[in-house]
Design a protein around this ligand. Structure first.
Ligand SMILES: *[C@@H]1O[C@H](CO)[C@@H](O)[C@H](O)[C@H]1NC(C)=O
Ligand SMILES: *[C@@H]1O[C@H](CO)[C@@H](O)[C@H](O)[C@H]1NC(C)=O
Ligand SMILES: *[C@@H]1O[C@H](CO)[C@@H](O)[C@H](O)[C@H]1NC(C)=O
Ligand SMILES: *[C@@H]1O[C@H](CO)[C@@H](O)[C@H](O)[C@H]1NC(C)=O
Length: 220
């Protein structure tokens, strides 16, 4: 009878371990922590990508401040009637420049509000929407015409009369815009920058007084 290495089937095997084929790590099933981790990584990547895109956009678009310049005016009428109603006929000639080399601008809305001494609003005017290519200048003609009830306090009435005798009026124009940028073939969402023009406008009837070209301050 051979004392061979006969192993009875019903006895536990205590010999050298049978090498066990470990499945490759990748095929291990993803637990709930792993899923969370992956989701977090994806979200983080998206946030970082959006951040970089925003940064690039900022650097490209930020220098694009439209430049508004009032180059000449025609103030045909500016009278205070009955101490409380202003009759006006004012035309502004304005250059709107897009200084950027790569960006076009859609002016979806361009509204002009005229005020006497900054806070006495008396007129509104708008221009039709338009597109402005890069490095382009648009010449706008903006006319305000009509009459408006304007109850001025006595000291403002006094300065009105003083200005009338000098032939110049201090008139402020606020430009409200709604614009979109065209960058590299795609169009951005809307921005609503505004501009302020502080003007000293001579009455046209006094042929000797000149208007000095005035640059407006743009806030983007
Ligand atoms: C306007 O007000 C002044 C005083 O500020 C007064 O002398 C003048 O009569 C008033 N004019 C009218 C048309 O009411
Ligand atoms: C307003 O002024 C313009 C010139 O800028 C003139 O053509 C127009 O007739 C004026 N309007 C009125 C009502 O006087
Ligand atoms: C500005 O735009 C207008 C109209 O799109 C075009 O006719 C003109 O040539 C442009 N000017 C410059 C300097 O690009
Ligand atoms: C124009 O304004 C000047 C300076 O205020 C004044 O001396 C001159 O008389 C005015 N001329 C007319 C036609 O109103």
């Amino acid at each position: 009878m051979s004392q061979a290495h006969e192993i009875p089937l019903n006895v536990a095997y205590n010999g050298p371990s049978v090498p066990f084929q470990q499945p490759p790590r990748k095929r291990r099933r993803c637990g709930c922590c792993c899923v969370l981790g992956t989701t977090f990584t994806v979200i983080l990547s998206i946030i970082v990508a959006l951040g970089i895109a925003a940064l690039i956009f900022w650097f490209v678009v930020r220098p694009t401040k439209m430049e508004y310049t009032v180059v000449s005016t025609d103030l045909q009428r500016f009278d205070l009637v009955n101490n409380n109603t202003i009759h006006y006929n004012l035309t502004l000639y304005m250059d709107v420049r897009n200084p950027n080399k790569r960006i076009g601008i859609y002016y979806d809305q361009l509204d002009f509000i005229a005020s006497y001494t900054a806070w006495n609003r008396f007129a509104w005017a708008g221009v039709p929407r338009y597109y402005q290519g890069h490095r382009n200048t648009t010449n706008l003609r903006v006319n305000f015409q009509g009459q408006q009830l304007l109850v001025l306090p006595p000291w403002t009435r006094d300065s009105f009369n003083l200005e009338k005798s000098r032939g110049y009026f201090g008139i402020a124009i606020r430009v409200y815009s709604q614009i979109r940028f065209k960058v590299a073939g795609s169009i951005t969402g809307s921005f609503k920058p505004y501009a302020d023009c502080v003007l000293s406008i001579p009455l046209a009837s006094n042929g000797t007084l000149r208007f000095e070209s005035t640059r407006c301050g743009v806030d983007i």
